[in-house]
Design a protein around this ligand. Structure first.
Ligand code: SF4
Length: 370
């Protein structure tokens, strides 16, 4: 039985030009039927869910729903699932969907962490990304969130076409000044199916992206954040427990259209189509679209891939590739724990790729790193 639950609410006010998550434009009637289907899926899969330590309501933009509807959904969860007393319950939100009354309602319904998609405070950058809000609206939304939630996170994007190092620095400074206890800084990538890809836009050179990564890591660390995962920075005690579970290779149940689950050694995902999802669930059929059995070899590769993203690293046995990467200053290997150095994080894809390709890294469970 899993202790982490992901709930996908795939509705947005507008589709951002770079986004390849499964989401559709918000429609009140469809959303009402979808939320009913989510309740049914949760009941159908209740046997997979144990006492929950983390719940993550993602999307999409879950907060496009009315506060009352989200609060009612939370009430259903509390009544039908078992929650740990210190459960972390996060919802994602967009700056245009967090009026003060809704925030208060979400808090009293049990949501205790909010992740706000800000991306930038620069209007030109936000327009280029196709975001629905401007920089001032993002700033006002953060103020409103901070009045209600002490545990909230801001998402930012860097390496956007036309974004200078100064512009990125200003965004970081403004973000830190707002006082979030968690900041996620993601490098923009162009996914083939997005409107941004169709414009033929060219991203800044890789060296610029590396410089921006470095700037964020340096500035946020100097501002008191721990760089605990490649793209994530948190004040002490504010790491996202739900995501830590993913990176540690923990199981989770995912409900909703397009949601992924990892449970009992199998990874599977639901159909990414709201209409099909609702129809299948109304027949009490699980809308599973794909399933992968996780062999020990795949599990080991995933553990390396995910574990090395965090400062915790992975427990391993020394091998020639570790030796070589250590010599190059890209990994650290101490007391049986393998992790990326700051330099290694700058080129994490290459380093992790090299470790997996070498195929000679053996993971261990028996080394106490505490
Ligand atoms: S708000 Fe988030 S989920 Fe919705 S389109 Fe934009 S990036 Fe994608």
């Amino acid at each position: 039985m899993e202790t982490a639950l992901y709930i996908h609410i795939p509705f947005c006010l507008r589709k951002c030009d770079y986004c390849d998550f499964y989401s559709v434009l918000f429609d009140g009637d469809v959303a009402r039927r979808y939320m009913e289907a989510l309740r049914r899926e949760l009941l159908l899969r209740r046997h997979e869910i144990g006492q929950l330590r983390t719940i993550f309501i993602g999307g999409g933009t879950p907060t496009v729903l009315k506060g009352e509807d989200l609060a009612e959904f939370m009430q259903f969860i509390v009544q039908n699932l078992e929650l740990a007393t210190d459960v972390e319950i996060t919802t994602e939100a967009n700056p245009l969907t967090v009026p003060p009354q809704k925030l208060a309602l979400l808090k009293s319904a049990g949501i205790n962490r909010l992740s706000l998609g800000v991306q930038s405070f620069d209007d030109a950058i936000l327009r280029r990304l196709g975001r629905v809000h401007d920089g001032n609206q993002a700033g006002r939304a953060i103020e409103a969130v901070a009045k209600v939630f002490s545990n909230y996170s801001i998402d930012l994007l860097y390496a956007v076409t036309g974004q200078s190092l100064d512009c990125w620095y200003s965004t970081l400074v403004e973000a830190v000044a707002c006082g979030p206890c968690h900041v996620s800084a993601y490098e923009l990538t162009i996914e083939p199916s997005t409107p941004l890809a169709r414009t033929g836009v060219v991203l800044p050179h890789e060296d610029v992206a590396v410089e921006m990564f470095d700037l964020a890591a340096d500035y946020l660390t100097r501002s008191g954040y721990i760089h605990y995962e490649i793209s994530n920075h948190a004040r002490p005690g504010c790491q996202c427990l739900h995501n830590l579970n993913y990176w540690r290779g923990g199981g989770y149940v995912g409900v909703g259209a397009g949601a992924h689950s990892y449970t009992a050694g199998r990874r599977f995902f639901n159909i990414a189509d709201v209409a099909h999802y609702i129809t299948a669930i109304s027949d009490d059929t699980l809308p599973i679209e794909g399933l992968v059995e996780i062999t020990p070899q795949i599990a080991q590769q995933e553990a390396i891939l995910l574990g090395l993203r965090t400062i915790e690293g992975v427990r391993a046995v020394i091998s020639p590739v570790i030796d070589e990467l250590q010599r190059q200053g890209l990994v650290s290997f101490k007391d049986g724990v393998l992790s990326l150095t700051h330099r290694g994080m700058l080129v994490s894809n290459q380093v992790i790729g090299q470790i997996i390709a070498a195929g000679d890294v053996e993971l261990r469970e028996d080394i106490d790193t505490k």
